[in-house]
Design a protein around this ligand. Structure first.
Ligand code: C2E
Ligand code: CA
Ligand code: CA
Ligand code: CA
Length: 278
């Protein structure tokens, strides 16, 4: 039934009323699948650009459509945000990531970090900071191995609330990354007020890198990140020449299909085994 819902999206999109019906059906299904533990967290390796050793991973949600495929996060994350479901789903993502950090440590990978995406409604939850700390305590994880990824739109929603929450978490040891950097409309002044560790150069700028051409925006963003004392990581690296260009710009890390696609945890474990980080 879910597959139908997504297939018929265009048909449903004909009227506002049927769009609303489609949305409500999707949200109802998402809630039920979440409660029934059908959501999965997959992991995409992040590597050091020069050595290509794995340094961490990003957790990415996957929603099985019941027929062997997956509904894109680009479709269901906005619905989860709109409905408020993202608060509980995001909490599960945090807890699951901390459990995996523990499993990684037990398997001997005690210095790999896990990054998770945080949405606006999670920051509006007054207990957010406490919940993050509790997830770390419950699984006995080193806070510095957990990284929170926030986009510019998260910051712009409630700048002071977000800055305060992140400052507290940073003092606790948690890492903070600004995601999709350059695609939003944040005020540059917030960049310095945020306790950032890492700047993620959006895939669209990495895509601009073509043989024999200069990629002005990618270069400007890496330079800005470096000047602010942040580590920079290139997103969506698919080609060798993109990786070597980013190295020349002074970018430190990368994530992208050139290295690996997002994969279930068990697959990640064999990937780590095959790409030994020691
Ligand atoms: P994002 O945070 O920017 O995540 C990176 C996206 O780029 C992922 O898409 C990943 O699969 C994709 N990607 C990575 N490398 C490459 C590459 O080399 N080429 C191409 N074409 N794509 C690449 P995905 O998994 O579909 O997730 C889409 C978005 O959904 C994420 O974008 C993030 O905004 C959101 N999302 C996913 N999981 C969560 C979550 O747990 N919580 C929240 N709030 N949002 C999430
Ligand atoms: Ca992200
Ligand atoms: Ca991103
Ligand atoms: Ca994105």
């Amino acid at each position: 039934a879910k597959k139908n819902l997504s297939d018929n999206h265009e048909y449903y999109a004909k009227s506002i009323e049927s769009q609303t019906t489609w949305r409500l059906d999707m949200i109802r299904q998402l809630r039920s699948d979440f409660i029934n533990r059908k959501l999965q967290l997959w992991y995409q390796p992040q590597v050091d650009l020069v050595s290509e050793k794995v340094v961490g991973m990003e957790g990415l949600l996957r929603w099985p459509d019941g027929e062997g495929g997956y509904i894109s996060p680009a479709v269901f994350i906005p619905l989860a945000e709109y409905s408020g479901l993202i608060v509980d789903i995001g909490q599960w993502v945090l807890e699951e990531s901390c459990r995996k950090l523990k499993e990684l440590k037990e398997a001997g990978y005690d210095n790999l970090r896990v990054a998770v995406n945080i949405s606006i409604p999670q920051f509006r939850d007054r207990h957010f900071v406490e919940k993050v700390k509790n997830a770390l305590i419950a699984s006995d994880c080193d806070p510095s191995l957990l990284e929170l990824e926030i986009t510019e739109s998260v910051v712009m929603d409630e700048p002071q609330i977000v800055i305060d929450a992140l400052t507290t978490l940073k003092e606790y040891g948690v890492g903070i990354a600004i995601d999709d950097f350059g695609t939003g409309f944040s005020s540059m002044s917030y960049l310095q007020k945020l306790p950032l560790d890492r700047l993620k150069v959006d895939r669209s700028f990495v895509k601009d890198i073509q043989p024999g051409k200069s990629a002005v925006l990618a270069e400007t963003i890496v330079t800005l990140g470096n000047k602010l004392g942040l580590l920079t990581i290139a997103e969506g690296v698919e080609k060798r020449e993109q990786a070597s260009y980013m190295i020349k710009l002074g970018c430190v890390e990368a994530q992208g299909y050139l290295y690996a696609k997002p994969m279930p945890f068990e697959a990640l474990m064999s990937y780590l085994h095959d790409h030994s980080t020691t």
